[in-house]
Design a protein around this ligand. Structure first.
Ligand code: CO
Length: 156
């Protein structure tokens, strides 16, 4: 349908390019992202880009390793970058009973469950709470993992 309209309206290349970008924006929006993690205490991405026009973005976290969550647990926790260290300190104090996610901590913008090898979990992020161009970090709050397991969220 959209394609037929484009063909009818566009006889010149610039118009076609514009129409293509319009159609991509309408149909190519990504509001669901995936990030993997490993037994080597790493994520497989250092950066995730959120589209600010998504009401919510779903982040799917996969654990591609084999080790259990008691020894190689991974989660995906989103914070404003300046809050990172304080949240990690609070996570350590909160301990395994909370899966290293302190309850009712307003600095935590989103937090997934803790998973072990072969596991998979999802977390929804309320993008309206984030500022376009803001400085956001994701991190695994399992003790000792944050040095390697961290990255940036870009809001566009
Ligand atoms: Co981890």
């Amino acid at each position: 349908m959209a394609r037929r309209v484009v063909t009818r309206l566009c006889t010149m290349a610039p118009c076609a390019a514009f129409a293509f970008s319009f159609v991509s924006a309408a149909y190519g929006k990504t509001c669901e992202l995936e990030i993997g993690s490993t037994d080597q205490m790493t994520y497989d991405k250092k950066e995730l880009t959120f589209d600010s026009t998504c009401g919510t973005v779903t982040v799917n976290l996969l654990h591609k390793g084999k080790l259990g969550k008691e020894i190689m647990g991974h989660n995906w926790v989103l914070v404003a970058t300046p809050d990172k260290q304080a949240v990690l300190d609070a996570a350590l104090k909160a301990g395994v009973a909370t899966q290293y996610v302190p309850k009712d901590d307003k600095r935590i913008l989103a937090a997934s469950d803790l998973i072990g090898g072969g596991g998979k979990t999802s977390v929804k992020v309320d993008v309206a709470k984030l500022k376009k161009g803001g400085d956001y970090t994701f991190v695994c709050t399992f003790p000792g993992h944050s040095a390697l397991m961290t990255g940036k969220v870009i809001v566009k």
